[in-house]
Design a protein around this ligand. Sequence first.
Ligand code: SF4
Ligand code: SF4
Length: 246
Amino acid sequence: MAREAMELNSLKEHYLRCVRCGQCRSVCPVFAEIGNETATPRGKVFLAHLLASGELKADVEIAHNLSLCLLCQACTRECPSAVPVHKIITAARGLLAREVPNTLQKIVFKEIWTRPSLLNISAGLFRGCQNLGLTGLGRSLGLLPPALDLAGKLPRRPARSFIKEITRPEGAPKIKVGYFLGCTTNLIFPHVAKSTVAVLSRLGCEVVTPQHLKCCGLPRQKTGCPISLQPLRILILTHFSTRTLM
Ligand code: SF4
Ligand code: SF4
C-alpha cells in the first residue's frame, strides 16, 4: 500500500467517529459560500472515508471537492466528536496528489512559488491579466480554476517593495523582533504587513523583516505534496539568526 493511502487509513478511528450531526456546517466558510453537501466538512470526511475504504476511486471530481477547503480548522474546533477534519482532508489530498496529479498546481507551488523572483514576475503578469480582464475571461471559458477568484484583485505593490529590512522603533528601543513576511501577506494583503510593522514599531520594537526569504513550503504541503517542512524551517531560522535576532 502506498504511503499516502496508509496515512489516510491511519486516521480511520477518527473519521469513523463522525456521526454526521452537521454541527461543523455552521462554521465552515466554504459551505457558507457554496452551499451544497459536498462542500461541508462532514461531506469531505465522508469522501475521505470512501476513498480510504476503496469504495470510491480517486478522480478529478473528488480532488476538486477536497480542494474546496481552507484548512482553517473551524470545523475541527466545533466538532463534538473531536474529529480532526483538517488532518483527514490533508491526508486525502496527499492520496489524491499521487493518484490524480495536478500539473498546474505542481508548476505553481513547486516551480514558481519556491523562487521569489519568479513569483514576483508571475504576480506582476497575473495582475496585468486581471487589469485587462483576461483572468475573468479565462474563468468564464473554464480555462482557469474558479479558485483564482479567492485572491481578489492583486494590489499594485507587494509589501516587500515598501517594508525595509530594518524598521526602527518609535521612541526608545525596547526589543528586537523578527517578522516573517509570508507570500500571501506580501502579495495579497500588503496592508496587513504594513499595519503589523507599524504597530510593532509603535510598541518600541525594532522589526527585522529579511528580504530574501523563500517559501515556507506550507502551500505545497497543504495541496498534498509529500515534503518535509523541517529543512525549510531551518533555512528561515538561519536567516533570522544571522540578523542577530537569536
Ligand atoms: S461536527 Fe463532527 S461529527 Fe458532526 S458532522 Fe461534522 S465532523 Fe461529523
Ligand atoms: S477546515 Fe475546511 S472544511 Fe473545515 S471549516 Fe475550514 S474550510 Fe470548512
